[in-house]
Ligand binder design. Sequence first.
Ligand code: AHM
Ligand code: MG
Length: 327
Amino acid sequence: MTDPHPTLRRFLTRQAGPIDPNLVFLIEDIASACRAIGNALRNAAFEGTQGHAGAVNVQGEDQKTLDLIADDIIARSCENSPDLAALVSEEREAAHWLKSPEAGDYLLFYDPLDGSSNIDVNLSVGSIFSVTQVAAEGDTDVLKPGTAQRCAAYALYGPTMMFVLSLGHGVYGFSCEYGTGDFRLTHARMRIPEETGEFAINASRQRFWTAPIRAYVADCLAGEDGPRGRDFNMRWTASMVADVHRILTRGGIFLYPADADNHGAGGKLRLLYEANPMAFLIEQAGGAATLGTGRILDLAPEGHHQRVPVVLGSAQEVARLADYHTP
Ligand code: AHM
Ligand code: MG
């Protein structure tokens, strides 16, 4: 009888279609790192690793001790992966080259611990990954559009630790089995419902919002008696991974727009290791991911830590939001 919950390795080698064995190694190295980060999070109160590291990253954000631990775990777990040429991390200023690039080598972009303001209050956090390939020997240009992604994934450290992956043929969710530590397939071919009655936005920023975002949210809040003719629910976990996972599971729309306060920086979320991988996963699950108007995956990146506006989730709702931008 076929195992209804194959391990990640079995899925990659038997069920994911033709796949480069060195990409299998890389994905397994990433998953091993996530397992180790999950353990570090669980033991943080004993190990004295909660709280701030006393350092600031390249983006001017305070680094948590666990941001740095997670970054180190991922780098150490993946640096010997065959054909991995470079790492680009939220916590490192520049690309970390592991070898001289050859055509087909892999480039790994990652946010080691996303939503890390949630750590000390014991709420869900995650890690986000994006993989592209080197175009030609000696090519050190890591700034490729999201359409060039070979795969994208995130780990969610929640009540169940999960690893959610797309290789460009649908989205597959693996749950970490208590006891064995194996990631086993539990959510095959995840699909986002097209319609939704749930939105996610940091409402404390309302005074900074642009007119289209203001109008969209006001219409949702007006509920059954408003222009939408239905009541909406609002959820915001301050952890993009948790918010995206909820949307992949039961639909919804997530917004982190550019506003009067973050406009100069381009937005809040980073293109290469937050917006692009999440956009890839959302599109692979039948949803849509935009900058408010244009598709995120088509944007040509200009910098390693470039920030962009992000609107993603159920396709119809994302399309509706775009309409608010049309005069
Ligand atoms: P981080 O990578 O430094 O944790 O920042 C990204 C996080 C996202 O997970 C989340 O959607 C957002 O920042 C929360 O922002 P806010 O503090 O405005 O709620
Ligand atoms: Mg992040």
